[in-house]
Design a protein around this ligand. Sequence first.
Ligand code: ZN
Length: 122
Amino acid sequence: MHEFSLAQSVHETILAVAHENNAARIEKIVLKFGMFALVQEDQFRFCFDLIKKDSKMTATSKLEIIRTPGELQCEKCQFQGKISEYPQEHNELAPIFQCPACKSYSTTIISGTETIIDSIVI
Ligand SMILES: [Zn+2]
């Protein structure tokens, strides 16, 4: 499960940062997921809760997830820009995004696939 391994690696990174800063407990974790990052937020939260409940460091941490907009380029009309709404109809495994200007599906993702640990509050 993709969400589980992502949650695990995020958790490991957070623990490493906490250690470096001699933290006893982490209050809050803020993550940024790009709009095109193929992460189901509910599933991620579920997995993260499972992982953190056995950790002294993060058991009571609050998790905040911010979805950041993604940027597309259209090959038909050369539109390039941010789209802020995730399309309702898409294939989870190989999503294709529609150009908001000309409705073409010949689009390339420029940004918005990142999953970033934005900040950790100790
Ligand atoms: Zn277009």
